[in-house]
Write a protein that binds this ligand. Structure first.
Ligand SMILES: Nc1ncnc2c1ncn2[C@@H]1O[C@H](COP(=O)(O)OP(=O)(O)OP(=O)(O)O)[C@@H](O)[C@H]1O
Length: 248
């Protein structure tokens, strides 16, 4: 459904962030991308989002070459990126095409807020929300067009542990409704294994795919189960993890 075919990315300054990255996603699959800092995870996601152009290779969505942002692809970043002067409902409506009548945009935005449990906060300004609520609103904005693809770049890493777990559950609940194909970049191996059908480890300079690990476990998955622990060991072994240098 989503095909990333021999993608490379060299930035204007000559730095090669990715080389020969190929991945194929099934419709409805949840793919997690992990890897050391700087290995090109965000760059890969930005390429799929159409926010960067590849130096080589192609990205296909249902057989069609992607060139630039698409209404069929929703994106959630680490920070909610809400516009502080707009009410929540207007922030979410921002994700909708301007050609729709305003009343219809507002109706769809309210429905999206209800989907993430924020129906009561549609007239709230972003500054009045907790971090978790703001990130829920960002998810609503990404899902308001009901896109078949949802990209998430470390969406929960700025949240406390309890809120992060709650939002992981929320994400799975939303995914179960329309089953979008999802690509999730995360630093958290447990999050990757809890959510994903497959985990890809990126590594090296330039970044390449070092390992693809299927997570063929039914949901809901026990967070502390032995099956996940064994997969975690395999992922951990693939990541650079030298001795931690303690500050003097
Ligand atoms: N616009 C740019 N111009 C030049 N180099 C860039 C640009 N954007 C990113 N890079 C470099 O490309 C490499 C990959 O960056 P990227 O943000 O994709 O890594 P990452 O794996 O997501 O890192 P992290 O886990 O720390 O977020 C880094 O070395 C970064 O400095």
């Amino acid at each position: 459904m989503l095909v990333i075919d021999r993608i490379a990315k060299r930035f204007a300054n000559g730095y090669e962030a990715l080389s020969q990255v190929s991945l194929s996603l099934r419709a409805g699959e949840i793919l997690a991308v992990v890897g050391a800092s700087g290995c090109g995870k965000s760059t890969l996601l930005r390429l799929v989002a159409g926010l960067e152009t590849p130096s080589a290779g192609v990205i296909l969505l249902d057989g069609e070459r992607l060139s630039g942002p698409s209404p069929r692809i929703g994106v959630v970043f680490q920070e909610p990126r809400l516009m502080p002067w707009l009410k929540l409902v207007s922030n979410v409506a921002f994700g909708l095409p301007r050609r729709l009548p305003k009343a219809e945009r507002m109706r769809l935005a309210r429905a999206a807020l209800a989907r993430v449990g924020l129906a009561r906060f549609e007239d709230a300004l972003p500054k009045t929300l907790s971090g978790g609520m703001a990130q829920r609103a960002a998810i609503a904005r990404a899902l308001v067009t009901r896109p078949p693809v949802l990209l998430l770049d470390e969406p929960f890493s700025a949240l406390d542990a309890l809120t992060r777990q709650a939002l992981q559950e929320e994400l799975l609940r939303l995914w179960a409704e329309d089953r979008p194909t999802m690509v999730l970049v995360t630093h958290d191996l447990d999050e990757a294994l809890y959510l994903a059908d497959r985990v890809v480890v990126l590594g090296g300079h330039p970044g390449r795919v070092r390992l693809e690990l299927e997570v063929s476990l039914p949901r809901p998955r026990p967070r502390d189960g032995t099956a996940l622990a064994a997969l975690r060991e395999r992922l951990f072994a693939e990541l650079p993890h030298g001795p931690v240098e303690l500050a003097a």
